[in-house]
Design a protein around this ligand. Sequence first.
Ligand code: ATP
Ligand code: MN
Length: 460
Amino acid sequence: MITTRVAELLKTAGNGQAVEVRGWVRTRRGNKQVAFIAVNDGSIIHNIQVVADMEKFSEDSIKKVTTGACISVKGKLVPSQGQGQSVEIQADEIHVLGEADETFPLQKKGHSMEFLREIAHLRPRTNTFGAVFRIRHHMAFAVHKYFNDRGFYYLHTPIITGSDAEGAGEMFQVTTLDLHNLPKNPDGSINHKEDFFGKATNLTVSGQLEGELGAMALGLIYTFGPTFRAENSNTPRHLAEFWMIEPEMAFYDIKDNMDLAEDFLKYLVRYALDTCKDDLEFLNSMYDKGLIARLQSVVDQPFERLTYTKAVELLETCGQKFEFPVSWGTDLQKEHENYLVEHFKRPVILTDYPMTIKAFYMKQNDDGKTVRAMDILFPWIGEIIGGSQREERYEKLIQRVRDMKIPEHEISWYIDTRKFGTCEHAGFGLGFERLILFITGMTNIRDVIPFPRTPKNAEF
Ligand code: ATP
Ligand code: MN
């Protein structure tokens, strides 16, 4: 039988009606006369209080109602005598469905995030991770809603890819070859003809290239799927497996692209503020008293937009000492991005980066030096979105491919779009976990995905 969830019960007026609830015991306290059991079923951050009159229950039957145990309770929903909840359950029957003994690791509160990461199979049962994963769900739903409401089509791009155009060196290889007995070509290289796909394949680092193919047919598309990067970046902002949202739009230029990205981010933050109130209030009170105010400020203000060149001028003349020196042509470091966001006190969109530090597919500006890239920098996070207007001119694109020594035959299918009905188009990639980091105020990206994959870590 399906029982009522706690989120529903807490919205219901208690007038003695019979209810049944199932969930996990957070705490049990009380005395010889009465036991108070806080039950959480994951539907909401709040527990429902179960009151067991010890005249009705033997001490033995209550003994196994311990922190972590799974129980079912039948009783009456009544107005609560105590503080902190409007209703509680006056228990008639309590059954222990699954015991948890004193070795259950979440006995008391106040575990470190590091410890909780080691027990990632149990941490969803904490208030914090319950809140984070509920918010994560709502954000995923909001992503689909945003695009669906605006006529975008969800395109499923492949996870196994035959091209490594974008991620040279950063990709996980996919193979069914026997690593202890690799088939070799006469010259000693590995014979991938014998591999599952008859060629070398990898896990995707981005769905963009295939996304563009979709946009050239459906007009407006987005992808939302897992991406994989074998970069050895042990930072609080990088995962080896993360989820990315990548819209791609025919007939959009870089300005349209920026407008969409800004509107999209504001929509998502507003959606969180409207939909995830209880969880955000919990995180705000527990970890980060500035969280909700910071979210609100992103919604309220226009993002600052400036070119990379202007940003570098500002960084060079601001008088601040940086660990990494900055000059035109270098990639901006985290400290530079932070400075810019703090300087403008709002998210910043940087555009028109040097061609040499950006990908081959970005549209070249007439100055011959810069491309129509746009990165969005967020308070706390740094880069949250990377995007660009795409180079739609065949000659320009093929020249870049050759200059960068990208094997043409491997992406001939991509280049084809510039031969057959090419048009102006643009898109961007939003790292889903970076968004969740910002929304939840968590400080480590390992704490916003249920089972993080990072260098030397693929437990669970
Ligand atoms: P960074 O400089 O922070 O490594 P990037 O330039 O490699 O980012 P892109 O290739 O533009 O990032 O990817 C688009 C978005 O995907 C980024 O803006 C970011 O939000 C997210 N992202 C990139 N790499 C990672 C990662 N390893 N883990 C989580 N999110 C990532
Ligand atoms: Mn990177």
